[in-house]
Design a binder for this molecule. Structure first.
Ligand code: HEC
Ligand code: HEC
Length: 446
């Protein structure tokens, strides 16, 4: 065996297979069910319907009520991100409704589902409330899964579930609270950015190569520790699938001479944090201290040191062993990671908490709306080419929300409330209007 062959074999042994990863993501044995089949069969009562509607109508209601999109693969007439799957230890005899990554990480563009685009339409809280009631549960949910449409509380899901585990992932007899916080308003990042990143999550607190880190969503207490070991290889495949995803190209005309001027401005004002694009792209993978970036700090402090300490004592952080390797431990950082901006046109709203509806308002902080909403459909007819983002409606305060049903309230993003501040990132404020439009034109090419 020659040395080159040895090295390539060693390298490839850590890499998964994208095709298998996609199949695994869509498979039935992905995660344990969160609800019984009864919940699905009764769900129409939560929609004030007397009988179950046709699959076609049901899918329309999933779309409009919860922001869950049609699956671009066979999925038993269910939307992308939920599936009918067997309960563990029942030999496939008892089935229920399980969630997978695509409920949060599968978005939509002009009617076309786009796995890997964050789901900026999702109201996960309404879905959980409805399913919980339809399942006949009288108890309240343990925490909120979302507070505003398009963001979710993925961090709380992890913190809640890990509280049932010992470091070796065996189940504890009582739940430990490692700082559960369900007001972080997290906007899921696009998966196509992962291939550029050395660290991931909003704070850059995890190694982007870590496979185990993304297995946190598998922690349903219905699974014992064995489940994690047996699925690790499949998660490596899933990671390969994520790394294979490309950003969607900007679907409208681009003024290339304007964009060329924007490129120069971008490289002098933005590249030191966001990198360069084109032939020899460079991504600096920078974490910007809180006092420099100035954006909402709730997410930063909301995942606690206790959680980090427990994580680092657990199976999750003991991924690789060897002479030259360092385990993929959770790291403390001092701020937020400046993300790559590939496909940025498609990922509105902006910032880690989704508090700014368009690139224009991000780059001109005085114009950021205090309270805003939109139709969550992501139709190109409703795309704002001048601002980059989906058309939005805005108000100067949230008075009009009084007395509205909570599901309706969650459609409005109120930046005056905890975790939803739209402050900071004022790096575009010094640009003139013309310069700003040049930078925006350039961003369309990324
Ligand atoms: C409940 C919604 C939800 C589910 C389910 C979910 N995620 Fe996420 N994911 C998020 C959010 C929100 C973030 C951003 C978290 C943060 O940094 O605050 C995220 C971050 C990530 C990141 C880091 C991306 C980056 O560039 O920093 C990866 C990778 C990822 N998720 C993969 C997965 C995989 C794989 C699954 C399924 C096993 C999954 N997620 C399930 C909501 C979800
Ligand atoms: C000092 C570093 C720094 C500079 C300079 C900078 N940014 Fe950022 N940018 C960041 C960080 C950090 C974030 C993420 C902040 C957060 O989510 O809280 C960000 C976020 C963004 C986002 C939103 C990304 C998303 O997916 O939500 C866009 C768009 C953006 N920057 C564009 C620009 C442009 C254009 C410029 C130049 C005019 C610029 N930035 C200058 C650090 C910087």
């Amino acid at each position: 065996m020659n040395l080159l062959f040895l090295i390539t074999t060693l390298l490839s042994s850590q890499q998964g297979d994208a095709f298998n990863g996609q199949a695994y993501l869509q498979s039935k044995d992905f995660a344990a069910p969160s609800f019984s089949l009864k919940a699905l069969n009764n769900l129409h009562k939560q929609w004030n319907l007397e009988s179950r509607p046709s699959p076609k109508i049901a899918l329309q209601i999933f779309e409009s009520r919860y922001g869950m999109h049609q699956a671009p693969y066979q999925n038993d007439d269910l939307p992308m991100g939920i599936k009918i799957a067997p309960f563990p230890l029942t030999f496939g005899t008892v089935k229920g409704i399980a969630l997978d990554c695509l409920i949060c990480h599968g978005g939509i563009l002009d009617g076309k589902p786009y796995p890997g685009l964050g789901n900026n339409s999702l109201d996960l809280q309404t879905f959980f409330e409805d399913m919980n009631k339809a399942d006949g549960n009288k108890k309240h949910l343990n925490f909120r899964f979302g507070n505003s449409r398009g963001t979710n509380e993925a961090g709380a899901v992890s913190v809640f579930l890990i509280g049932f585990r010992n470091p070796d992932l065996s189940l504890k007899t009582s739940w430990a609270n490692l700082g559960l916080n369900d007001e972080l308003h997290e906007d899921p990042p696009a998966w196509w950015l992962l291939k550029k990143k050395k660290s991931m999550y909003a704070t850059g607190g995890a190694d982007a190569r870590s496979v185990r880190s993304i297995m946190q969503f598998m922690m349903s207490p219905l699974h014992g520790p064995d489940h994690f070991n047996t699925n690790e290889k499949k998660f490596a495949d899933l990671q390969a699938f994520m790394l294979s995803i490309q950003p969607p190209a900007y679907p409208f005309a681009i003024d290339h001479s304007l964009a060329a001027q924007g490129k120069i401005l971008f490289e002098s004002n933005c590249s030191k944090c966001h990198g360069t694009y084109g032939d020899k792209p460079k991504y600096p993978n920078k974490i910007i201290p809180l006092k420099v970036i100035g954006t909402d700090t709730k997410r930063f402090f909301g995942i606690t040191k206790d959680f980090g300490r427990f994580y680092n004592s657990s199976w999750f952080s003991k991924e690789i062993e060897g002479w030259f390797s360092d385990d993929y431990k959770a790291r403390e950082t001092d701020g937020y990671q400046a993300p790559p901006l590939d496909g940025i046109w498609a990922t509105a709203p902006y910032l880690h908490n989704g508090s700014v509806p368009s690139v224009y308002t991000l780059l001109n902080s005085k114009t950021r709306p205090k309270v805003f909403t939109r139709d969550f459909e992501n139709k190109f007819a409703n795309y704002n080419k001048k601002e980059l983002g989906w058309n939005y409606e805005f108000k100067n305060n949230s008075d009009h929300l009084q007395g509205k049903e909570i599901t309706e309230q969650r459609k409005w993003y109120d930046t005056s409330t905890s975790g939803r501040l739209n402050i900071g990132h004022t790096f575009g404020d010094n640009l003139t209007e013309q310069e700003r439009s040049q930078v925006i034109e350039y961003l369309k090419t990324l």
